[in-house]
Unconditional design. Structure first.
Length: 202
């Protein structure tokens, strides 16, 4: 068994998956886990370096779009599911994603729909409140997404409210716009957000 620890990001999974695919490691021989956790049932622990040279397998663009979305789904099983689909696409059936009745494809597309719904709710329900900081207006908001959709959802706010500085705090990560760059930081508690009486209905 190979244990692969990744940083809970699509980039981390992709780097590991490329190396594993180059070695032709079977999906059933891999245990995926967050970098902060160990796994009692792994016989060996083999870290995969993003810098490791590996041939680039030809993968449909549709898979990359699907994988980027599924990577936001809040379930560690998503990593093994994505690698299994990738392995099958490369080695078994290049048209796998067109088979909606396939169990792996069906689950992945259900995850995609859930992530898209979460992004829609993100856009619909975030409410900014104004706070004063050293004489400057900054807007803050608290939101509780179901999935890891902060980086996927917040560019919308940077485009729509580009002339104001804002921060969006969530238990799954935070986003900060300084009128130029959109930056991301670790998860925060609700106490980090502005109090409800400081101004709503932006």
């Amino acid at each position: 068994m190979r244990q692969i620890s990744i940083d809970n990001s699509f980039a981390g999974w992709r780097a590991a998956a490329r190396s594993l695919l180059a070695e032709n490691v079977l999906p059933d021989n891999i245990v995926w886990s967050p970098a902060s956790q160990g796994h009692l049932f792994a016989a060996t622990i083999t870290p995969v370096s993003p810098a490791s040279p590996a041939p680039v397998a030809r993968v449909p663009a549709d898979f990359m779009r699907l994988a980027e979305a599924v990577a936001c789904f809040d379930d560690d099983a998503r990593w093994s599911l994505l690698y299994r689909i990738l392995f099958r696409l490369v080695n078994e059936n290049h048209s796998l994603l067109e088979i909606d009745s396939d169990p792996d494809v069906s689950i992945a597309k259900s995850m995609l729909k859930a992530v898209n719904r979460d992004v829609h709710k993100f856009h619909a329900f975030v409410r900014f409140r104004k706070i004063e900081c050293d004489g400057e207006e900054i807007f803050g908001a608290w939101h509780e997404p179901h999935h890891f959709t902060v980086e996927r959802a917040t560019p919308f706010f940077a485009r729509r409210f580009g002339e104001m500085k804002f921060s969006i705090y969530t238990p799954k990560g935070c986003a900060h716009w300084d009128k130029k760059d959109l930056l991301f930081s670790p998860a925060a508690g609700k106490s980090s957000a502005p109090a409800p009486d400081e101004m709503e209905d932006f």
